[in-house]
Design a binder for this molecule. Structure first.
Ligand SMILES: [Zn+2]
Length: 210
């Protein structure tokens, strides 16, 4: 069994066991066993006798986030954690009392640091507060106030002329219908712009031949 220090590295923390043999699908209750050579064979959690990973001992009956929260401070202490993803939609906090733990190249978005942490070092990590807003998309927010700052896909939105201003977020959560209508509107606008461009090109072409 790998040491905890090693287990925590290169770990898809919210989707798999420490050794990567078992993966959990986002829809609750589905576990996949990695049978080797990159393939997944699908096995349901209800399959007989599967309660923990036979290689790393990970508890497969619990939610990955629950397993993560259950790790004691001493598990993290003295660890060098590389390239793992600890992002969860809901904020969770590393336990109090961690000493000397370095995260390198990890995704710690929505991971809160304990008030009593000595020597938690973040190197090349991301640790943003991300909250789904009334427009039903994820925005980077202020850690203290929770106020939205910018959408997580800022560059794409700027390129496509979509809203990047937190002040223009809808006052109430968009319904599925409203969301669908909005997406349709964007598609229509894009198609209209393409059609107008074509009209302009054809018009210029025709005018060139008198
Ligand atoms: Zn495992």
């Amino acid at each position: 069994m790998p040491k905890l220090n090693e287990r925590l590295s290169h770990w898809d923390a919210l989707n798999g066991c420490y050794c990567g043999r078992w993966q959990k699908s986002p829809s609750a209750g589905h576990l996949y066993e990695r049978s080797g050579d990159g393939k997944f064979s699908r096995i349901f959690a209800s399959a007989e006798g599967i309660s923990s990973c036979e290689v790393c001992g990970y508890d497969l009956t619990r939610d990955p986030l629950e397993n993560l929260k259950a790790l004691p401070a001493k598990a993290w202490s003295g660890a060098l954690v590389k390239g793992s993803c600890f992002y969860s939609e809901t904020v969770w906090q590393l336990p109090d009392g961690i000493t000397d733990c370095e995260f390198v190249g990890c995704n710690l978005d929505n991971v809160d640091l304990p008030a009593h942490a000595k020597g938690i070092t973040l190197t090349d990590c991301t640790r943003k507060r991300i909250i789904n807003q009334n427009d039903r998309t994820d925005w980077v927010c202020d850690w203290k106030t929770g106020a939205p700052i910018e959408p997580i896909d800022l560059k794409r939105r700027l390129r496509e002329g979509e809203n990047t201003d937190p002040a223009k977020l809808p006052a109430e959560k968009l319904t599925d219908e409203e969301l669908k209508a909005l997406e349709q509107k964007r598609t229509d606008e894009r198609e209209l712009a393409e059609a107008q461009e074509k009209v302009a090109t054809l018009t210029a072409k025709l005018e060139a031949v008198k």
